[in-house]
Design a protein around this ligand. Structure first.
Ligand SMILES: [Zn+2]
Length: 383
């Protein structure tokens, strides 16, 4: 049966059923009624053969999603509070609370301001945070990123304090050197300015161990040096902490222009050059797949894709390659700022787009979303 004749049949069925005679009709409608009945009967007599034709039934989808609950059942994964990780910028000035202009509503906070802020979020159902240290005091940065694992530095103090105050909170610590190096690169450099991969992964794995020792449940190296997952995993095994430390790899981290607001927030822009030699090129899908497989083989417990919205195909690849691992996606600062800018310009509603973008990330295959919208989602998911 052709589509047009199907539509005609369906409209005939509708009109026949809506005008089906009920009870006693007035005399003036008897003729009309007789003709409706005969049409309805004639339809009935052909209906059985019509619907048995292959293709007719499968074209009828609306019944499956007409109701809001039935619509939500169409998703393989639905956003829950436990899927969210909230990124936090921790200042080394305990009383600091500074709005980050390029990241709407996000603040850099010292520990004294962080605790009351988090208390509110934890009471609303916050389950996990990702910590980024922001050393502001002059003279803190050097070529080796020595301050990254300073026991009195912002991240290690924050890990200890949060673990004490919020024992149910799952604490992830971003592991990198770029916030702490004088040159702003994610490792230790050679004389010629290129990355010394061997020294970098030695140093980065030491930093990861220091965070794990301080009580981080999860260490997440974002540096993209080759072999750092293996180096961290081996040290965790050596230190007897592999069984209670989750290793989340920023496996597919693409270079690009979506990190601008983050660099404002973390003060981590490189002083020369860029990060293209270690972050992936935006078109590099095959390279991302190789990096994902490598990091899984090196012992990653969770694979992350970053940014999220522009790289949904990579999230889908990560889920396919790492079928047995959780996949995380980082909706980065530039994505967050764009959504805010679009909403402010009246292009769309902020909440609708926050949900739509996050649901797309889940649809692609992620079950963990690192998102600056986390505080809003805790409210939105409660209502
Ligand atoms: Zn870095």
């Amino acid at each position: 049966m052709s589509f047009s004749s199907l539509v005609q049949d369906l409209s005939l069925r509708d009109s026949a059923s809506s005008r089906r005679p009920r009870g006693i009709a007035s005399a003036s409608t008897i003729d009309d009624r007789a003709s409706q009945v005969s049409r309805a009967m004639s339809y009935t007599s052909t209906a059985a053969t019509s619907v048995s034709i292959s293709g007719d039934i499968s074209s009828q989808l609306h019944g499956g999603y007409f109701h809001p609950l039935a619509r939500s059942w169409q998703a393989e994964r639905q956003l829950t509070k436990s899927m969210l990780i909230y990124p936090l910028f921790i200042s080394d000035n305990d009383d600091d609370e500074t709005l980050i202009p390029s990241l709407p509503g996000q603040y850099r906070r010292g520990l004294n301001k962080l605790l009351p802020f988090l208390q509110t979020l934890v009471s609303k159902g916050l389950r996990s945070v990702m910590l980024f240290g922001v050393p502001l005091q002059p003279g803190t940065k050097d070529a080796l990123g020595t301050a990254a694992d300073d026991p009195d530095g912002p991240v290690i103090r924050a890990i200890r304090l949060l673990q004490q105050r919020f024992p149910q909170l799952f604490i992830c610590a971003d592991v990198c050197l770029c916030e702490y190096t004088s040159h702003g690169h994610c490792g230790i450099l050679r004389e010629d300015g290129s990355l010394n991969n061997g020294l970098s992964i030695d140093r980065i794995s030491d930093v990861a161990i220091a965070y794990a020792r301080a009580g981080a449940h999860c260490v997440a190296p974002s540096d993209m040096n080759d072999g750092r997952i293996r180096a961290i995993k081996l040290k965790l095994i050596e230190e007897g902490m592999a069984h209670n430390t989750t290793l989340m790899s920023y496996a597919a981290k693409f270079s690009g222009c979506l990190y601008g607001p983050f660099r404002d927030a973390a003060g981590s822009a490189p002083s020369f050059g860029d990060r293209k030699c270690y972050q992936l090129p935006p078109g590099g899908r095959g390279l991302a797949r190789r990096a994902i497989v490598r990091d899984m083989n090196e012992g990653a417990d969770i694979i992350m894709v970053k940014p999220a919205g522009q790289y949904l195909d990579i999230i889908s690849d990560a889920k396919e390659l790492g079928r047995d691992l959780p996949v995380a996606a980082y909706q980065v600062s530039g994505e967050f700022a764009m959504i805010h800018a679009g909403a402010k310009a009246g292009v769309f509603d902020l909440q609708s787009m926050a949900f739509e973008s996050t649901e797309s990330i889940l649809r692609a295959g992620a079950t963990i979303v690192i998102s600056y919208f986390t505080p809003e989602f805790l409210d939105w998911l409660s209502t």
